[in-house]
Design a protein around this ligand. Structure first.
Ligand code: DNO
Length: 399
């Protein structure tokens, strides 16, 4: 599998040479400075490519786009979307012209990944990302004061949430809002509470089936172009995989993934198999999902979570937590072997160690939440060990 590493561009506190030291060669990036919905020009794409490849000794190249973001209006299905789809296809053509063929995107309304704490202490002083059911309920019911929100939380959680809200300082409440908003790295839209209420209201009439139709429409607009260009689309699952703030989420479980791959059947229409996002879903058997959907997966995010009884979870070490990472990796190595045997030129599956704890000198370095240097280096090293061992034992091609 192609060892890759997410890099947020020249503003990323983790420099390119650190990627090489960690042992990755693929760089996963996005043009975060271009507003959603505008065209990515060849000049801007090449500029980023040149920065990545500037020091040839590092041997790095941009292999996956994460993400080519969707304008919110595509998810909302609002107004005339023709110019937005045209722009999206123009960006696709420009990326393909530069040799970049794998596009990761998501279809989460309003928010991307969502956590309530970015610095959850682990034994020894490492820091992890955490989603806490109590803090989330306090935000939803008492800070946002969303109509009907009480019904979306367990009674015992509501009692704890009320207590949290009554005792939290203003700074703690601000911190909670900032943590919830942190999942939009590099994005233009950051919401305060009034702005969040406004954007949520635009989704009032959109339930899960309407959102699914909007996703299907998007796929119908872009997948034929992707086929022509030899591109692979890879939708990222919802994180966490459940409705949030009353918003529907439609990339959360087996049925959702099935709907997506069947909505527009095509080798260009695939999945980013994110073990951490899917792994936070109580009903998701992630190794089984990997077996079922590996043939549709064009990009893999490897990380783990530990779930708690009330719906909270935190990000565990890459090889610890609730999901059997060894079994999952084995499935993807076998899928690579299958692709290679079938003669596919792009049989190597890019993966990245997704998120990492803040460890040792990571602390206070100001990297994007989840995207520390040492924490991810550790995750990648562990995963590489698993891959080498499995590949040798089962005579599977590695990369
Ligand atoms: C979290 C990431 C997501 C992902 C997007 C893809 O760290 O996995 O932010 O990049 O959802 O569009």
């Amino acid at each position: 599998m192609q060892q890759s590493w997410r890099w947020f561009g020249p503003d990323d506190k983790v420099p390119l040479h650190a990627i090489r030291q960690a042992g990755a060669e693929g760089v996963v990036t996005s043009l975060h400075h271009i507003p959603y919905g505008e065209v990515w020009s060849v000049a801007e794409i090449e500029k980023r490519q040149h920065i990545i490849a500037a020091d040839a000794a590092l041997g790095l190249r941009w292999n996956v786009v994460e993400s080519l973001p969707l304008h919110e209006r595509i998810k909302l299905g609002e107004c005339d979307l023709t110019p937005i789809f045209d722009n999206y296809r123009a960006s696709m053509r420009n990326l393909a012209a530069c040799g970049i063929k794998i596009i990761c995107y998501n279809f989460m309304p309003v928010l991307d990944w969502t956590r309530t704490t970015l610095h959850y202490p682990r034994p020894g002083g490492g820091l992890a990302l955490r989603f806490d059911a109590t803090a989330y309920a306090a935000f939803d019911v008492f800070m946002l004061q969303r109509k009907g929100a009480e019904g979306d939380h367990a009674p015992a959680t509501l009692v704890r949430a009320r207590h949290w809200f009554d005792h939290a300082s203003l700074a703690e409440k601000d911190q909670l809002l900032a943590s919830i908003m942190a999942g939009l790295p590099g994005a233009f839209d950051r919401y305060d509470i009034p702005a969040l209420r406004k954007i949520l209201a635009r989704y009032d009439a959109i339930d899960a089936s309407a959102l699914r139709q909007n996703l299907k429409r998007f796929l119908e607009e872009v997948i034929p172009t992707a086929e022509d260009l030899g591109m692979r689309f890879a939708i990222h699952p919802d994180d966490p995989p459940r409705p949030l703030l009353g918003l529907p989420r439609i990339v959360s479980n087996r049925d959702d993934l099935r709907f997506i791959v069947d909505a527009v059947p095509s080798h260009a229409n695939g999945i980013t198999f994110c073990t951490g996002s899917l792994g936070a879903g109580v009903g998701n058997d992630v190794p089984a999902l990997a077996r079922e959907f590996s043939a549709h997966s064009y990009f893999v995010h490897l990380r783990n979570v530990t779930k708690e009884a009330d719906g909270s979870f935190f990000e565990a070490d890459h090889l610890a937590g609730d999901n059997d990472m060894i079994a999952i990796v084995e499935t993807f190595l076998q899928e690579q072997a299958r692709r290679k045997a079938a003669g596919a030129h792009d049989w190597r599956l890019p993966f990245r160690p997704d998120h990492g704890h803040e460890l040792l000198d990571d602390v206070d370095k100001g990297a994007f939440p989840g995207y520390s240097a040492i924490g991810r280096l550790k995750g990648l090293a562990e995963l590489r060990g698993v891959m080498l061992t499995l590949a040798r034992a089962q005579h599977l091609p590695l990369a």
